[in-house]
Design a protein around this ligand. Structure first.
Ligand code: LUZ
Ligand code: MOS
Length: 750
């Protein structure tokens, strides 16, 4: 089944936030951000700006009737800076104008006097100064101190990975409108409608019931709108509360890039110990997470780095500590993988460095330590249905790992200026929000009296195809035509208290809730049919809109059955609720079963580098992936391709640069480069490994949103291996992204 949105997307008819027609009297909002990264506001002169044509009002912290606070995990972030600013671009005021360009003009005329303070932009420096978001967290397994003595080889090093700009096609934005009696409706480009509702209520000092948040779809989120869609929506709502006029706030690209946080850069130390036969006996790491100026989701992201610190390997002795470091950068936030990729990059760096020291192929160490069913993760969860060994066999048989290694060696002997490299990247990714209470969802289903259906869930469609999956679930449960079903927008008045669409868990959680609602309605309808047939409900079923009695088609169609049930006053509306069973976690002991299940996979990446220019091409990525039983191959394969390319971008070409004053230099599409059609892999192959799937996955179709991003990490090590083939003196450096400049420098390192 194709994505239900594909036709309206390609014909430009899909409605995004900016396509919502604005009402008469709509005001346009532009945000004034701090020009300095750290300082005390001494005075702001708005007088000239306020006198300019079309300027209606300028909102500041003084206009906030409730709490000036948007911190989700810790209350450490103001909506509008009152006295201190902590990063460049931090919102200080919101200009409301009759036309957007007038607000931009006025913004230039606001005179700010800010006393500047010293800044910190480096995570290690922040940690040394004790600028921490929260106390460090440590995961432990076995006994590290004595384990080192058993090791034949001990390798230490450092690994750095840079941030990543989300670069959703649709920038952050919201459109808020006044309803009667102080009620406000907010259309928001958010992954978390409830987060917007809850925070806006706090800032506006009204009950959540006064706020209705509606989300049709997003032009991409990638985690960037899990938490950070909220401030813009609140600013728009505040504008409505104060002016009683509709307010639209859409960030332009440059404001979006400089005002919002990104994937967290990590700087880490590692120490890995191996036995003579390449078993990893001990692993120790310290992560320095660059959180930026406020907590945002950093504490949860830090947790996921720890959960995925050992990636796909069984290691008996582990100690990993993570610091969330406060710096004067925009608060960094969720990004596809949510800290997992950063943790995995460190252990992959450790293994790659160890392999280079031992002069063996990295995959020999990887293969010798692959996780197996029954192994216990450092956080106490037992690994279930681990498919990695089976996948490794497929890697050798289907993709001819060893033959490729030989071909590459041969190529490198024959060619002087081009060198090839390859790598294997295993992934193991836990599915569930690591904060157990967030693993719940609801769905609301109306069957209309003509037999058509409206479905609402808490899932936000952001291009990942979740609405298509929801529609599939409803259509298949009732066995009716898909055209009879409409997926409604995600709206807090229809589905309340939603978790954000995140953690790869949206289809699982909302799909299970929807399945439950559909089954309840179906049972009711079959009961009604049975009553009229004078039969046992067990003997009645629906297939292709026809009601069957004891395997015989009857005259009763779906439409007639619904009409009959309605006349019999049967309730044709149902609400489903789902909460993931079995999961639990204790933060005090750092032990539990936080994940419903894990997703596994392997990727084989081949690259060719031009050793004169330092440029490179990704020749192929060959993946073996654990879909469970995919409920929609078109969507799931698309997610793999997209995630992979996004991961490759993070590891190779996407380079975020701040200057010493904390100003974002890579703030446009000309200075921040993401993969394009020329830089994507020349070939992507995906094999679905044979498996039964998992009961806690929707229709046994495993989560597919985030895991494939981490296949992209393989590109880093494939490039490094190719460099080594050209220059044996090249440094092993774990310093992502591997930009062309870095490749070139390392090619000629002496
Ligand atoms: N968001 C969150 C996430 O709040 N908790 C998580 O565990 C998570 N994991 C991945 C992506 N977003
Ligand atoms: Mo996400 S990083 O699942 O919003």
């Amino acid at each position: 089944m194709k994505n239900i949105d594909s036709k309206s997307h390609v014909t430009g008819k899909s409605i995004y936030l900016d396509d919502i027609p604005t009402m008469q009297g709509c005001l346009f909002a532009v945000v004034l951000g701090s020009p300095v990264a750290h300082g005390t506001i001494q005075s702001i002169d708005y007088s000239k700006a306020l006198s300019m044509p079309g300027i209606v009002r300028i909102l500041t912290h003084q206009d906030i009737p409730g709490e000036n606070q948007i911190g989700g995990i810790f209350p450490d972030e103001e909506l509008l800076a009152a006295e201190e600013v902590h990063f460049q671009g931090q919102p200080i005021a919101v200009i409301l104008a009759k036309e957007e360009h007038l607000a931009f003009e006025a913004r230039k005329e606001i005179i700010l006097k800010i006393k500047e303070h010293p800044i910190v932009v480096d995570a290690r420096e922040a940690q040394a100064k004790d600028h921490l978001i929260m106390p460090p967290r440590t995961f432990r397994k076995g006994k590290l101190s004595s384990a080192w003595e058993e090791c034949a080889h001990i390798i230490e090093g450092r690994a750095q990975s840079n941030g990543q700009e989300h670069l959703y096609l649709e920038t952050q934005g919201a459109y808020a409108m006044p309803l009667e009696n102080g009620n406000i409706k907010i259309a928001s480009s958010t992954q978390g409608p409830t987060a917007v509702q809850r925070m806006a209520a706090k800032v506006l000092n009204i009950g959540m019931h006064h706020l209705e948040v509606d989300v049709r779809r997003l032009g991409g989120g990638f985690g960037g709108k899990e938490d950070q869609a909220t401030p813009w929506a609140i600013m728009a709502a505040l504008g409505v509360q104060i002016t009683q006029q509709p307010v639209k706030l859409v960030l332009n690209r440059i404001d979006d890039m400089r005002m919002t946080g990104k994937r967290h850069p990590y700087d880490s130390d590692f120490k890995i110990g191996l036995s003579k036969d390449l078993k990893i006996i001990a692993y120790e790491a310290t992560f320095y997470q660059n959180a930026g100026a406020a907590a945002d989701l950093s504490p949860a992201i830090l947790g996921r780095s720890l959960f995925h610190a050992t990636n796909s390997y069984d290691i008996p002795n582990v100690q990993v500590t993570a610091y969330s470091c406060k710096t004067n950068l925009p608060p960094n936030t969720a990004f596809r993988g949510f800290g997992g990729p950063q943790g995995m990059f460190v252990i992959e760096s450790a293994i790659a460095k160890a392999a280079k020291a031992l002069k063996i192929s990295t995959y020999q160490i990887q293969q010798a330590n692959l996780l197996q069913t029954g192994d216990v993760f450092p956080y106490g969860q037992k690994a279930e249905d681990v498919l990695l060994a089976q996948m490794w066999t497929e890697l050798e048989q289907e993709y001819k790992l060893r033959a490729i290694e030989k071909q590459i060696q041969h190529f490198n002997k024959k060619n002087q200026h081009f060198k090839k490299g390859f790598s294997v990247m295993p992934i193991t990714f836990g599915i569930s929000f690591t904060k157990t209470p967030m693993n719940q969802a609801r769905a609301l289903v109306h069957i209309y009296s003509d037999g058509s259906i409206g479905v609402s869930t808490g899932a936000v469609e952001m291009g990942q195809g979740v609405n298509t999956k929801m529609l599939q679930i409803a259509a298949d449960t009732f066995s009716i035509q898909r055209s009879k079903i409409k997926l409604e927008s995600t709206n807090t008045t229809r589905v309340a208290n939603t978790s954000p669409s995140a953690a790869s868990a949206t289809a699982d959680l909302n799909g299970k809730a929807l399945l439950q609602a559909c089954h309840a309605l179906l049972d009711r309808l079959l009961q009604n049919a049975a009553q009229h047939f004078n039969a046992n409900p067990k003997d009645v079923f629906i297939k292709n809109e026809v009601v069957y009695l004891q395997d015989q088609a009857t005259d009763l169609t779906w439409a007639k059955l619904v009409d009959q049930a309605f006349l019999d006053r049967v309730c044709l509306t149902e609400n489903g609720h789902y909460a993931t069973p079995i999961i639990h976690y204790d933060m005090k002991t750092e032990q539990g079963t936080p994940f419903a299940y894990h997703v596994y996979g392997l990727a084989l990446t081949e690259v060719t580098i031009d050793c004169i220019r330092g440029t490179y091409e990704i020749d192929s990525v060959k993946i073996i992936h654990d879909f469970g039983k995919t409920m929609n191959p078109t969507i799931d394969y698309g997610q793999i391709e997209g995630g992979l390319v996004q991961g490759i971008g993070w590891m190779t070409m996407e380079e975020i640069r701040y200057n010493e004053q904390g100003r974002l230099l890579s703030n446009t599409l000309s200075t921040y480069k993401i993969p394009d059609i020329y830089s994507v892999p020349k070939e992507i192959k995906i094999i679905a490994t044979k498996t039964e799937g998992h009961e806690l996955a929707i229709l046994k179709s495993k989560a597919v949103g985030e895991p494939p991003l981490m296949y992209g990490i393989g590109a880093y090590f494939a490039i490094d291996n190719a460099i080594k083939a050209f220059n044996p003196k090249a440094n092993f450096q774990a310093d992502a992204p591997y930009t062309t400049e870095k490749v070139l420098m390392n090619l000629y390192k002496r």
